[in-house]
Design a protein around this ligand. Sequence first.
Ligand code: KIV
Ligand code: ZN
Length: 370
Amino acid sequence: MSEQNQIIIFDTTLRDGEQSPGCSMNLEEKLKMARLLDEMGVDVIEAGFPIASRGDFEAVEAISREIKNATVAGLCRAVKRDIEASADAIKSAPHKRIHTFISTSPLHMKYKLQMTPEAVLEAISESVSFARNFTDDVEWSAEDGSRTEDDFLCRCVEAAIAAGATTINIPDTVGYAMPEDYAAKFIMLRKRVPNIDKAILSVHCHNDLGLAVANSLAGVDAGARQIECTINGIGERAGNAALEEVIMAMRTRPDAMPYTNNIKTEMITKVSRTLSSITGFVVQPNKAIVGANAFAHESGIHQDGVLKHAQTYEIMTPESVGLTRSNLVMGKHSGRHAFKSKLEEMGYTLGENAFEDAFNRFKDLADKKK
Ligand code: KIV
Ligand code: ZN
């Protein structure tokens, strides 16, 4: 597989993820997550927003001291003191990145920033070139990029690259884009921005319409080579694209998504459960990949199929995400085959009549309760 098909996985669980209500973590908890993310093969860990609070600064600093493989990124607005705080917090990281952002959509510029487009352009050039004093690895993000007018977005991206940005991130900040629109933005930028080949393009999608993963993959198909995502999809409002979903989509469908990455998928369940236990943020049972039911089968027809050949109803193996085996859940839809296999698993071998009797009693019970 050529290097051009290698996808950089940028995990923002400790920054955008931590911004979800009820998900804040203390320094020890963040360090624990950062170690696991590093071990799992994440390329970039966005460790926090150093100017936001003393706790954030200290966490980014501690993670920078300890993490040896992944690049550690600190987020900052297009403001000198923010950039200095980020640079200071990441200074001991062997691989460090400053990630600076500013809004570029008409709505955000007018109402949030109260800045003219020309002032925003100037801030982009100034902030990126200032950040380059501290590291050669500078990412620039166009906040609300998916709702930014094409002509202006081209000018912003060109200015950021000219000032020294090495990664250009186009977030779908409010989760508004459709996969076709989002892909079109990347195709348009690659066609129109003259210095676009000097930077890596990145996707960053929020899940307000449940499209974060679809949009991220559409962006990759259109030329982006970095995906920003979080464990269990935590993040502002409806969350960010879930790391486990983008990774397993690429692994399960290499025919449609012929891209490589460094993630050890067998660690996904462990990392997901660690985050959930640290934050107390429960993963919904039917959540793709890491939900309790993601590899569970209840219907008799499905259970019979899985017992005969797992691929009848499993498109990926539970082992590939670190589960030891799939789960046959006993319920009113279960059939004889699964019931027998469950009894054997529990250490019971019944004769034919005893089995029929037990099966009928099980069905009566399952009709009455879950
Ligand atoms: O969603 C967003 O636009 C962001 C940026 C700060 C990268 O999180
Ligand atoms: Zn975001």
